[in-house]
Design a protein around this ligand. Structure first.
Ligand code: UDP
Length: 239
C-alpha cells in the first residue's frame, strides 16, 4: 500500500514557542488545532505517537535570574509550563477524536498520570497518543533532552523535532538568506559544529542510543505525513 508508514513509533518534539502561533506569548488555539491535525494524519496511518512539548512560550529557567527567582525554581516553573502546554495540546487532540494520555515526570496525580515507561508503551500499543509533560522532572535539563530520553524509553524509531525553519542549516537561516540546508549529517557533525538545533546532551544521547532525528518545518502542512510515508523532508541526523 502506497500510504504505508515507514516508522512504527515516533517521538515528536514541539517547542513551546510553536504553540504561540503568530502571537508573542502563551497559546494560540489555531496553532494547537493545526498541530493536532498534523498528528492525527500520521496516527490515522497507524503510527504510534509520543509527544514532548517545551515550555518556552510561558517560562524558561534562564529568564528567572532577571525576575529575581533562583535558577532551580525557574527551571521548575519551566517544567510546569510544559504541563500547561501538554494539557492544552491534549485537549486539541481529543477534540479531533484521538485517544490520549498525559504522563508527567513531576507527580501530579489529579492532573495527569505519573510517568511510567511500561504504561506509556502500553498506551501507545493501544493507539493512544501519549504526551510526556514536566520535562525530565530535574532542573538543568531541556525538553530536547527529555524528548530523547523518552524516545529511548519507549523504543521510538525516530525523533522528529518540529521547528519553524526547514531543517538544519550551515548558518542561521533567519539571519543569513544564503544559509544552506544540510539534508544529511552525522551526530558527530552536529556535536563538533555545536549546531544550535538541539543541545549537546540531547545529541550525545541520540548518538549513543542510535536513534535518528529528523528536524523539519512543522508549520508546513503535510510535512509530518510526508516524512512518515518515506519522503525526504528536513534534515536527517544519524550515525
Ligand atoms: N526544564 C528543566 N528540566 C527539564 C526540562 C525543562 O529544568 O527536564 C525547564 C528549563 O528551565 C527550560 C524550561 O523548562 O528552560 C522550558 O523548556 P525548554 O526551554 O526546553 O522549552 P522549549 O524551548 O522547547 O519551548
Amino acid at each position: 500500500m502506497e500510504n504505508k508508514p515507514i516508522y512504527r513509533r515516533i517521538l515528536l518534539k514541539l517547542s513551546g514557542e510553536a504553540l504561540m502561533g503568530s502571537g508573542q506569548f502563551g497559546i494560540d488555539p489555531s496553532a494547537l488545532n493545526f498541530f493536532a491535525f498534523e498528528v492525527k494524519a500520521i496516527h490515522d496511518l497507524g503510527v504510534q505517537v509520543g509527544i514532548v512539548i517545551g515550555g518556552g512560550n510561558i517560562f524558561r529557567g534562564i529568564q528567572s535570574a532577571a525576575k529575581g527567582i533562583d535558577k532551580v525554581s525557574g527551571d521548575y516553573m519551566g517544567m510546569l509550563a510544559t504541563v500547561i502546554n501538554s494539557l492544552a495540546f491534549q485537549c486539541a487532540l481529543e477534540a479531533l477524536g484521538l485517544e490520549t494520555r498525559l504522563q508527567t515526570a513531576i507527580t501530579m496525580t489529579s492532573v495527569a498520570e505519573p510517568y511510567i515507561r511500561r504504561k506509556a508503551i502500553r498506551h501507545l500499543e493501544k493507539g493512544r497518543v501519549v504526551i510526556f509533560g514536566g520535562g525530565t522532572g530535574l532542573p538543568n535539563f531541556t525538553t530536547d533532552t527529555t524528548a530523547v530520553l523518552r524516545a529511548i524509553d519507549i523504543g521510538a524509531d525516530l525523533i522528529v523535532k518540529g521547528t519553524k525553519v526547514d531543517g538544519i542549516f550551515d548558518s542561521d537561516p533567519m539571519k543569513n538568506p544564503e544559509a544552506k540546508l544540510l539534508k544529511l549529517l552525522t551526530f558527530n557533525d552536529a556535536i563538533i559544529h555545536n549546531l544550535a538545533v538541539m543541545d549537546q546532551t540531547a545529541f550525545t544521547l541520540c548518538r549513543d542510543h542510535k536513534i535518528p532525528i529528523v528536524v523539519l518545518n512543522i508549520n508546513k502542512q503535510g510535512n509530518l505525513l510526508k516524512l512518515v510515508q518515506g519522503e525526504s523532508i528536513g534534515s536527517l541526523v544519524t550515525s
